[in-house]
Every structure is written in structure tokens, then in C-alpha cells.
Design a protein around this ligand. Structure first.
Ligand SMILES: Cc1ncc(COP(=O)(O)O)c(C=O)c1O
Length: 434
């Protein structure tokens, strides 16, 4: 059905009728329709280590005090639960080895949202008109690409490698846009700065300052603000490396970087508590826009999260998760070694955190949803995310011979079996090649 006929028959808005169906929803349908399939596709977290006892204790403590319970069950503010905003700010600053005084930050710059996805959405809507541009790594978080497409904003893929987004490539793309009269259309650079989804790359320390420099220089020269949207969703999910200071921590005036964080990966995605540390001039627009949408995300969940932190559950839980995921990652890497190590053209990045292993196959293999490998893999009993979903329509061309595997949700046995099934499917494409 065309967009026009869909609109005519349903009364849908132009924007919704033309929004693409999220690619992942088709994958999820396939997974649900065939429950025996081993899904290494979904970015869900480990089920067994979800903090059930901690939440039970925190909820009991929260509702034990009638007055606090009633306050938590009431609407909150648009910015969100004040004690949690204070905690978030101190936690990010302590990771960045900064004081409040040195950073110039206060909790008035912290806004709590329904997951960090909502923060990304709010900020992007505040900055971009239809036709505007956001530069992103190629590949990048495909949900964000879908968000951009849904509001008519153009994502443009910029070269990235194992050290993340390449600042010189950002600079070149900015110059290219200027040369075609689109300088004023570029509004932000989106960077997943820790253990990227899907590529697992972390932006190197040295590139953090340089990227900020490129963006701030461009802003000055172009005479209009260009922002960095720093998505730190996986910051706490590191397994064998030290933390790095955020890009935000290099932003001395605090005017350039929007920092998005979340408790989804480090505690529970079901609570959907995320946040942003927002430049001063964006606080009011983001709050006004959020005010029109929901005038505050679930207050009870924020109060519950704050209580879990006060009771000392959060940091130890992160330590537990690191042990769990370190183990699962090792299982996936040794399965890759065992089943894919000798397959011609297959290579993968060894992650130091996050939930994903990024595979590159032989150039001739199309791992996309319409290629031969995807159906063969489903027949063999496994599901993966085609890497091509993670490339913006514009900029660096999609690499169809790429795959994202997730080790978050499956058991070690199923991770092993899933990778073995993938290897069988790849072998069949190689046999069937002309
Ligand atoms: C890179 C990245 N950013 C943001 C999110 C959103 O997380 P949430 O909205 O649950 O905070 C995810 C979730 O998978 C992600 O992978």
C-alpha cells in the first residue's frame, strides 16, 4: 500500500504513514513465531541477574512509609525525582573525576526520562526540523536511525573504526555539507561513546577531545550551534578495561554536549529510567517539549530507583553484572573461534564491554534481510541482526556482509549453539556461491 492510500484509508498523519516499520519488529515477530529459534538478535539484558530481591526490598521500604509512598504514587515534576537527579549528577561527575564546582553543573541540568531513548528523541525534536541532518557513526544504533527517519531528519553515516567515530571524517562531512549549501542543516553529531551498539567500539580518549574540538570550531565558524549527542548507555558495562572520561567532561562551557545515560543496562530496563545532562540553553526547550508529552516520566519508578541506590544495591549489582557478562562474552568469543575461526573472510571485533559482537563476513555474502544467509540462519535455528540496519541511508555505504550478535540474553549453551548454527548457515552460502 502506498503512503497516500494508507493515509486515505486510515486517516494517519503523513509523518506516521511514511515512517518505516522498525526493522527489529519483523525480526522479533519471526523470533516469537518460532520459539525454538535461538535469538542472538535482541539487545535484551540477562534475565537471571535482574535485581528481583533488590527491587522487592526497595519497594517494600518505599511503601512502608505512607507519606513517602503517597508522594511517589503522585505525579512528579517534568525534570524528575530530585534525589535521583542529584545522584545521577554526582555519579557521572565521579566517573569523570570532576567536582560540581569545576564542572559548573547542578541538578537543574539533569532531566529524567522514560529510558534514554526518550531523551534522545526529545533533544532531537528540539534541535531538528524535517530535512535537517544528524551525523552518526557508520554503523550506529539502528533505533536512533529509525527515530531520525520517523521525524524526517536525515542521518548521515560517517566513517568509524575500532576507536569509534573518526573526528577527521566528521570534519570532512561537515565541509562536504557546506559545499552543497547544507551547512545550516547539520544540527548534531550522535556518538555512542562507550562499547557501541552494534560495533562495540569505544571512542578513544584522544578522539574525545578532538571530536569536541572539531564540533566547537565548526559552530564558531558557521555561527550556529552544533551539538554532540553523547549516548553513554553502556558506560557501566565494561568487563576488562578502565572507565574513560566522557566527551561531556571536555566541554568546559557545557554548551556543546548533551549526555544521555540510563539505568536500563546497569540495573533494569523494565524500570525505564534514563536521563540527560543537558546544555543550559536546551533545558527549558526540552522540559517544555516533555511537558507537552507527559509532564514527567513515571515518578514511582524514579523513586524506586532512588531508594534502591540509597539502600546500597546499585553499585554491587553492577559488579555482579560485569561478572555475568564477562563470562557470556567469553563463551561467545570462544564459540566464534571454534565455529567461525577457520571460515574464510570472517572476522570479529573483541569487545571490552557492552552486549554485542560485530562480525564481518566474506565480501560476497549478503547478510541482509533479503540475502540468502538470513533465511539459512533461521532454518538452522538462529536469528541475528543484519548489520545493514545500522547504516544511515546517506553517507558511508551499508556493509551488507556484517552481522550483530548479542550475548546478553541467551544462556552459555544457547550462545554456543547459536554461533554453531550461524557457522553452518555461512558454510551453506559458500557452497551455494557461483
Ligand atoms: C546505544 C543505545 N542507546 C540507547 C538505548 C536505549 O536504552 P533505554 O531507552 O532503555 O535507556 C539503547 C538500548 O538498547 C542502546 O543500545
Amino acid at each position: 500500500m502506498t503512503t497516500t492510500s494508507l493515509r486515505a484509508s486510515t486517516g494517519l498523519s503523513r509523518r506516521v504513514a511514511s515512517a518505516a516499520v522498525p526493522p527489529i519488529s519483523d525480526l522479533m515477530h519471526r523470533a516469537l513465531a518460532q520459539p525454538h529459534l535461538i535469538s542472538l538478535a535482541a539487545g535484551f539484558v540477562d534475565q537471571q541477574s535482574l535485581p528481583v530481591a533488590e527491587i522487592a526490598a526497595a519497594a517494600a521500604a518505599l511503601v512502608a512509609d505512607g507519606e513517602l509512598a503517597r508522594a511517589a504514587l503522585q505525579y512528579g515534576t517534568t525534570l524528575g525525582h530530585a534525589p535521583l537527579r542529584e545522584y545521577v549528577l554526582d555519579d557521572v561527575l565521579s566517573g569523570d573525576r570532576q567536582t560540581r564546582a569545576a564542572s559548573g553543573l547542578s541538578s537543574e541540568r539533569v532531566v529524567l526520562t522514560a529510558g534514554s531513548n526518550q531523551l534522545l528523541h526529545l533533544v532531537t525534536e528540539c534541535l531538528c526540523d524535517p530535512g535537517d541532518i544528524v551525523l552518526c557513526a557508520a554503523p550506529t544504533y539502528f533505533v536512533y536511525l529509525g527515530l531520525l527517519a520517523g521525524i524526517g531528519v536525515r542521518g548521515v553515516g560517517v566513517a568509524a573504526d575500532e576507536d569509534g567515530l573518526i573526528p577527521e571524517a566528521v570534519e570532512e562531512e561537515l565541509a562536504r555539507r557546506a559545499s552543497v549549501g547544507e551547512a545550516r542543516r547539520v544540527k548534531a553529531v550522535y556518538a555512542v561513546s562507550y562499547f557501541d551498539n552494534p560495533s562495540s567500539a569505544t571512542l578513544s580518549l584522544e578522539r574525545r577531545g578532538r571530536l569536541l574540538d572539531v564540533v566547537q570550531r565548526w559552530s564558531r565558524d558557521a555561527g550556529q550551534p552544533l551539538y554532540i549527542l553523547e549516548d553513554a548507555a553502556y558506560r557501566e558495562m565494561r568487563y576488562d578495561v578502565d572507565d574513560l572520561p566522557s566527551i561531556r567532561s571536555f566541554d568546559e562551557t557545557g554548551d556543546t554536549v548533551v549526555y544521555a545515560g540510563t539505568f536500563s543496562k546497569s540495573f533494569s530496563p523494565g524500570l525505564r529510567v534514563g536521563w540527560g545532562i543537558v546544555p543550559p540553553m536546551l533545558v527549558a526547550p526540552v522540559c517544555h517539549f516533555k511537558g507537552h508529552i507527559d509532564f514527567g516520566s513515571a515518578h514511582f519508578n524514579q523513586a524506586l530507583m532512588a531508594r534502591a541506590i540509597e539502600m546500597g544495591f546499585y553499585r554491587p549489582h553492577i559488579d555482579t553484572l560485569r561478572t555475568v557478562y564477562r563470562g557470556k562474552l567469553a563463551v561467545m568469543l570462544s564459540a566464534c573461534e571454534r565455529h567461525l575461526g577457520k571460515v574464510s573472510g570472517v572476522r570479529w571485533r573483541v569487545p571490552h564491554g557492552g552486549l554485542y559482537v560485530w562480525l564481518t563476513l566474506d565480501e560476497g555474502i549478503d547478510a541482509g534481510p533479503d540475502g540468502t544467509l538470513f533465511d539459512l540462519a533461521v532454518k538452522e535455528g538462529m536469528l541475528y541482526v543484519p548489520g545493514e540496519f545500522s547504516y544511515a541511508a546517506d553517507g558511508v555505504a551499508a556493509k551488507k556482509n556484517t552481522i550483530r550478535l548479542s550475548f546478553g540474553v541467551q544462556t552459555p549453551e544457547r550462545i554456543e549453539a547459536g554461533v554453531a548454527a550461524l557457522a553452518k548457515a555461512i558454510a551453506q552460502t559458500q557452497h551455494s556461491a557461483p
